[in-house]
Ligand binder design. Sequence first.
Ligand SMILES: Cc1cc2nc3c(=O)[nH]c(=O)nc-3n(C[C@H](O)[C@H](O)[C@H](O)COP(=O)(O)OP(=O)(O)OC[C@H]3O[C@@H](n4cnc5c(N)ncnc54)[C@H](O)[C@@H]3O)c2cc1C
Length: 326
Amino acid sequence: MKGISRRRYVQHEARMVQGDEAAMFRQVILSVADSRIVSDTVKRYGFQLGARRFVAGETLDDAVAVTRAVNADGMAATLDHLGESVRDVAEARAAAAAYGELQARIAAEKLDANVSLKLSMMGLDIDRDLAVSETRALVETAVRLQNFVRIDMEDSRYTTVTLEIYRELWGAFPGSVGTVLQAYLRRSVDDLRALSDEPRNFRIVKGAYSEPHERAFPAKADVDDNFVRLVEMSLEAGHYTAIATHDERMIGSTLRYIRAHAVPRDRFEFQMLYGINLASLRELAREGYRTRVYIPYGTDWYAYFTRRLAERPANLLFFARALWSR
Ligand SMILES: Cc1cc2nc3c(=O)[nH]c(=O)nc-3n(C[C@H](O)[C@H](O)[C@H](O)COP(=O)(O)OP(=O)(O)OC[C@H]3O[C@@H](n4cnc5c(N)ncnc54)[C@H](O)[C@@H]3O)c2cc1C
């Protein structure tokens, strides 16, 4: 940073993510986050100093309290019990059991909420059948409780298998399970087309992982164009569509489309992440649109937190400053 003031540096960083280097910034941050020294330090101090802004808390009680407040504000929630690839069958079963407990608590407390989960946490890296049977049991529970399970999308090593499992589960429990398509992936338009043989349920996002250029658009402008394209294709095909973004331009473009095509309000919803831009989601709720806040909780918050840092240099600077002045 030698030779430039902190203010100019922040401005430079802000311009950088507006431009085509956003993917590069994400790649650097996510690879640094893999380092043992960085992860040990961040895990030690990071929750109080930064992660708390994006994570409801470390316990189910924390998540329930935040969900109640979000519901009281007129917004629904989707709860993510944080954690990713597990190492053995016991960990996968424990993760699925935590989700079972979450579903029961949502029902008992009559919360306006469903769950979002990752197949790697259900054991996908150990055994596909294990992940399918644990997820299937959770979708069965959702059916019994008249609720819903969203399968989050992870990095592109998982895209094909996630969509296959989604198709399988949708076949058994139509309407009770949804998944996610990422606009930064070149393949997503084809994936959506292939899954448009009947109306399903998709969340459209830009994508949060570090991906090679062969698979993902490096330029933000292309990701944004593809996001708009996927949202419009999804609505046109009659899929229930969750428009998951904090980008006012993406939201504005969706609103124009749904007005021009008279898309009924019960065919889509807007979603945002806990801790980011919630005032604008609240505004959409007040205008009568369906809205949902993605609420992560749990002790395994490191990977989720680093993805939020990698999305925005200002978050990283804020966190680095807090760490420095500790
Ligand atoms: C409900 C929900 C579910 C998601 N599920 C998945 C998933 O399953 N798989 C997946 O790969 N990704 C998922 N994502 C993350 C997504 O892919 C993006 O990484 C993330 O939403 C940032 O992109 P954006 O659409 O907000 O647009 P951007 O262009 O990145 O950001 C637009 C504006 O939003 C604000 N903003 C965005 N991110 C941040 C941040 N971290 N901190 C502060 N402000 C910010 C800034 O004002 C920024 O200018 C999900 C996102 C949401 C909202």
